[in-house]
Design a protein around this ligand. Structure first.
Ligand SMILES: *[C@@H]1O[C@H](CO)[C@@H](O)[C@H](O)[C@H]1NC(C)=O
Ligand SMILES: *[C@@H]1O[C@H](CO)[C@@H](O)[C@H](O)[C@H]1NC(C)=O
Ligand SMILES: *[C@@H]1O[C@H](CO)[C@@H](O)[C@H](O)[C@H]1NC(C)=O
Ligand SMILES: *[C@@H]1O[C@H](CO)[C@@H](O)[C@H](O)[C@H]1NC(C)=O
Length: 293
């Protein structure tokens, strides 16, 4: 009789215990994914930029991290990494934001995962943080603003050990005019004239805008011929920061007219690329990405 009673109690517990309810669900399929949000730092010198270039042998930052994660975790399906900024060849990042999904059957906690991945990464990339997050988090859409710094060395000679992180300006540059031209770009503008051709094509194809907001631009004199330009912006078009720096340098050296740059920016038409080259990648660093949960 007592046995009979216990059996009923046990049956009821099995039926209604929350753990059992979840156990009665179908087993997690391999498509069940957990999203990870991470930050990483890299020296862009020996990379052909961030973005994976499928079907090429080019060494890219995202491609290197993807293959490291896939191989160190013995995954059967390669992971796909998304970063908040497609930094170009030679462009560095002190802090880039990224996300990727892993199958839920990986039982390691985030800090062990990060340790394993970092052990597999080459010395020019490092993960700084890694957390599991919700599936709505997206490294591009969840980012609210970014800080980029462009570094210059303005003098006839440059110390060789700084050459990979600072662009050498060996010609005469009118710093005040350069500064004045830079300040044109503050605020909300149609940056079409300062985007790459890739963005032009996107604009024709999709519902895509070339209007962007630069919250602040500051040119700081670091002494000894070193200058840094700090950009805080909502988001940048492909090559936008380098095109801005390139055209301002050309104004500062007297190659392009201040009014011409002003016109291209105000009209949102024309192309600065016809007159100025984007400034070199090596001087640019993605310093920080800000995001909302
Ligand atoms: C991946 O496989 C190797 C070799 O079988 C093993 O040593 C390693 O521990 C595995 N890694 C993980 C994260 O399971
Ligand atoms: C295009 O963008 C506008 C403004 O953001 C939006 O109102 C509209 O619904 C979008 N159209 C399509 C087809 O996505
Ligand atoms: C650039 O101009 C701003 C004000 O317009 C000033 O605060 C800043 O010090 C200038 N930078 C340099 C390096 O002269
Ligand atoms: C820029 O150059 C291209 C090709 O050289 C030319 O087709 C285009 O009209 C030029 N655009 C402007 C605004 O001068």
């Amino acid at each position: 009789m007592i046995h009979h009673f216990l059996f009923i109690v046990l049956f009821v517990v099995i039926l209604f215990h929350p753990l059992c309810t979840s156990l009665s669900l179908p087993p997690p399929s391999s498509t069940h994914q957990i999203r990870y949000r991470g930050t990483c730092s890299y020296d862009g010198t020996y990379f052909s930029g961030w973005q994976v270039q499928r079907n090429t042998e080019k060494r890219t930052v995202a491609g290197t991290i993807e293959s490291t994660i896939t191989s160190t975790l013995n995954l059967t399906t390669p992971i796909i990494l998304t970063g908040s900024s497609r930094t170009d060849t030679n462009v560095h990042a002190k802090m880039q934001l990224l996300h990727f999904d892993l199958p839920s059957d990986i039982v390691l906690d985030s800090s062990s995962l990060m340790e394993i991945i970092n052990c597999g990464l080459p010395s020019d990339i490092n993960l700084l943080t890694l957390d599991s997050t919700h599936l709505k988090f997206h490294s591009i859409r969840s980012s609210t603003s970014k800080t980029y710094i462009y570094r210059l060395h303005v003098s006839p000679f440059q110390l060789p050990h700084t050459r990979l992180y600072r662009t050498h300006i060996y010609y005469n540059l009118d710093i005040d005019l350069f500064n004045k031209t830079l300040s044109l770009f503050k605020g909300t503008h149609d940056f079409q004239g300062f985007a790459s051709q890739v963005e032009q094509k996107k604009k024709v194809k999709k519902n895509f805008t070339t209007i962007r907001n630069i919250y602040n631009i500051e040119l700081a004199d670091e002494g000894g011929g070193d200058y840094k330009i700090i950009f805080n912006l909502e988001g940048a078009l492909y090559k936008m920061v380098r095109n801005i720096v390139g055209s301002c340098l050309d104004v500062g050296r007297g190659k392009v007219d201040f009014e011409e740059v002003k016109r291209i920016l105000e009209e949102g038409r024309g192309r600065i690329e016809n007159e100025s080259k984007p400034a070199e990648g090596r001087g640019l660093c993605l310093e920080e990405v800000f995001w909302e949960e």
